[in-house]
Design a protein around this ligand. Structure first.
Ligand code: APR
Ligand code: PHB
Length: 392
């Protein structure tokens, strides 16, 4: 088999890149380790930046955004003694779109089906060969599929295989630097068929820890509470979850919160991670394969999308204008924006959570930061600009 770009990983990054390539007439094959149903069963954040929406349009992906998406003009941050509404429209003239990542992935799969492009599922033992070769010789991706070993010859490999993928490991250790923060808590999240407690998201900093009120639609809510990493999902009954959530959000919302049985419940650890560089020879990393953010700023998928944008622009220049300059500088270009979203996600996490080792000094600093934010429009503008998404 031969293709121009072999995409390892059929998550949102890989699928979006495949779709953009298709529209530009660049041939691509997608290799995914899991079954499609498995990929579509993952529940992840649901706040999309305009940049991602524009990319979906550019990729000609029909979405159900018009009927099933919710543009949000602001978000609420709540604290022990009050609330601040961050007005996206006032500060940036840009809303964000609340639309589940699972829906985005489903839309991308349907668009991929319509193109007739090759997407292989349940692919095992992916190995990338000759990634380091310069010049005209291409590289190879070999893998096991349907019990047989196969090989694809390609010009480039896009490593879109997420944090636990193999692509990143193909950058030799001595050429790779990894930067990481592990946070000393997790998020316990539930999905419930209940109306959202408020029409906008509420990020709550409380003495009992962080909580987030989010949503998927008028009758489907997503809530989270910060919890110790040692907690087990089985140890959290629905009642215990609702009680904890009520303790952490403003009283007026706690009083009107509609509860019900959870239809999904899980605990996710929080991590910040960046791999530098994001390219090695003919291999280019995009999305979670290269970086992870804690979910506090809703930047995971959105940052993956900005990588895909830069990588696609570079591939387009290479194939349509025989210009490889942007491919050569892809890592530098992508990393500049990656680090800004790292900073924002880290900052939001520090601002809103209770760290187990926080002393009184740091608590006072956190309180001062909150007061500054609550009383300073310029600080609110900075938050809004980052939350709705920095320009590509
Ligand atoms: N071979 C083939 N596929 C693989 C391999 C492998 N060795 N390892 C992992 N994969 C697949 C995974 O099964 C998964 O479907 O790669 C895909 C990676 O998808 P994601 O982890 O979703 O990463 P990405 O596509 O970069 O999406 C960005 O945004 O909100 C965040 O973390 C969230 O998924 C999200 C991300
Ligand atoms: C979600 O809806 O799951 C969600 C929203 C915003 C975040 C994180 C998760 O910051």
């Amino acid at each position: 088999m031969r293709t121009q770009v072999c995409i390892v990983g059929g998550g949102p990054s890989g699928l979006l890149l495949a779709q953009l390539c298709h529209v530009a007439g660049i041939d691509a094959v997608v290799l995914e380790r899991r079954k499609r149903e498995h990929v579509l069963a993952r529940i992840r954040a649901g706040v999309l930046e305009q940049g991602l929406l524009r990319l979906l349009e550019e990729a000609k992906v029909p979405t159900r955004m018009d009927s099933h998406g919710y543009p949000h003009d602001g978000t609420v941050l709540s604290f022990a003694d009050g609330e601040v509404r961050i007005d996206f429209r006032a500060h940036t003239e840009t809303p964000v779109m609340v639309y589940g990542q699972t829906e985005v992935t489903r839309d991308l799969y349907e668009a991929r089906d319509a193109t007739g492009g090759v997407t292989l599922h349940e692919v095992e033992d992916v190995e990338i060969g000759n990634a380091d070769l310069e010049g005209d010789a291409g590289c190879t991706v070999s893998f096991t599929h349907d019990g047989t070993r196969k090989e694809i010859a390609c010009d480039y490999v896009a490593g879109c295989d997420g944090f636990h993928g193999v692509s990143r490991q193909n950058i030799p250790v001595e050429k790779r630097q990894e930067f990481e923060r592990i946070y000393p808590f997790g998020w316990l999240g539930i999905l419930s068929e209940t109306p959202p407690v408020h029409h906008e998201l509420i990020y709550a900093n409380s003495a009992h820890g962080f909580a987030l009120c989010s949503m998927r639609n008028e009758s489907l809510s997503r809530y989270y509470v910060q919890c110790p990493l040692t907690d087990k999902v089985e140890g959290w009954s629905d009642e215990a979850f609702w009680d904890e959530l009520r303790r952490r959000i403003p009283a007026r919302h706690a009083e009107t919160l509609v509860t019900g049985p959870s239809i999904e419940k899980s605990i996710a650890p929080l991590r910040s991670f960046v791999c530098e560089p994001m390219q090695y020879g003919r291999l280019f990393l995009a999305g979670d394969a290269a970086h992870i953010v804690p979910p506090t700023g809703a930047k995971g998928l959105n940052t993956a999308a900005s990588d895909v944008h830069y990588l696609f622009q570079a591939l387009k220049a290479r194939y349509q204008e025989a210009d490889s300059a942007a491919l050569a500088t892809y890592s530098e270009t992508a990393l500049r924006r990656v680090w800004k979203t790292q900073r924002f996600s880290w900052w939001m996490t520090k601002l809103l959570h209770r760290f187990p080792d926080t002393d009184e000094y740091e608590l006072r600093i956190q309180r001062a930061e909150i007061e500054h934010l609550a009383t300073t429009p310029a600080a609110q503008a900075t938050l809004a600009i980052n939350y709705v998404g920095l320009p590509y």
